[in-house]
Write a protein that binds this ligand. Sequence first.
Ligand code: HAM
Length: 438
Amino acid sequence: MERRQFRAPRGIRDVLPEEIPAWRLLEETARGLAHLRGYREIRPALLEEVELFTRSVGEVTDIVQKEMFTLQKGESALALRPEGTAGIVRAYLEAGYASAAPLQRLFHIGPMFRYERPQKGRERMFTQFDVEVLGSLDPRLDAEVVFLAAAFFESVAIKIKVPGFRIERGELEVRMNSMGDGDDRNRWKEAVRSFLAPTMAEHCELCRARFERNVLRVLDCKNPRCKELNAGAPAILEYLSAENRAHFERVQEYLRVLGLPVVIDSSIVRGLDYYTRTVFEVHAPALGARSALCGGGRYDHLIAELGGPELGAVGFAVGFTSTLLLLNELKRIDPKETVFDEIPALVFVVGAGEGLESEVFRLAEDLRKNEISAVYDVEQRSLKAQMKLAGKGGHRYAVVLGGEELARGSVQLKELQNGEQHELPRAGIVAHLRAREV
Ligand code: HAM
């Protein structure tokens, strides 16, 4: 058979070791902020029944209609999860939390899959930092999660070790809206439909399809002509019931308490069906049309919809793809410049002379056993070439083992930055390195 080289499927990419420090920065920032607020990590399934998503995300959403990676195995129709909320609610109910301990603050970091047209900031496999608080209707929780989302972006920028790097005011915007709930939402939908109907023929094809399937999605169109036609559409805020209006006002009040500025934007309608009341997105205008870094909101009927009791819930997901894009776009970091430090092994074990392969091998493993990171040459290079390699690799020390040292039960320790070298007993090397590294 002819040999061929494979490439990752379209829209799917690897995170290579060079990129790992940036990824860890995002992951560790997310974890740290979540733990500080009492959120516990959950790792829900990657595969779920297709029906879980048609029921929750919504049958007439883009995600369910066009974007799910599905597979049929035997009797079951499964899908790679396109988002995290539905699976987390499923896991919450299956684990019995709804009755045992209904208030759960949960987070997850992991890959999601959507069969979208790959473009800048959009991939078919992408990672989200997903945060969900289940079991309460308290408006403080809406404010808590919005604040957590904003804190994530600020902290990432603060932790980047480039002098002066931070996200300036205006580079990120938290946009918030209420989707209402029940009657007020239905009245709003009807008003939007009546407003749009006369100009529908002038809208783009996608809008015309959305008008039939899910009229609110028309308001989300990015096409400039459609945006013009949508201007002046009825805003939900005029239709909100007294109770839902009060909830929305309290969320804003709590955000003022925390000092987070938000923009009320009636065009935020979200692309998933489960939302009720508060919805929000974090945008980076620098990224243009695809500027959403994060989206979320309240989903007060989803737990019941999936077979549980009537319990409120609110959450969001940050996309790592667009976050990394923003960090690069702001031109303050060059991904190839190591602002995120990759840490090379502390020690390069060098064999000086022939026939020392086993000794070098054993010494490296001895160091590792003692929590000292170590690597060695596997190409039978000359002493000089090994020393050069050790220097280029960014290691702190070369531990050189030659025939004479072996006979004396010692090694040469060379500090690679300043070239200082001395001999020390092989049995003392671990203690010596530990003493110098603390
Ligand atoms: P979403 O708005 O569909 O919401 O996705 C959230 C974020 O994930 C987006 O703002 C974007 O940054 C990122 N994202 C979405 N699709 C892609 C893609 N194809 N490639 C790269 N990044 C992408 C949700 O997923 C909800 N589950 C959020 C939520 C949690 N609502 C309540 N709780």
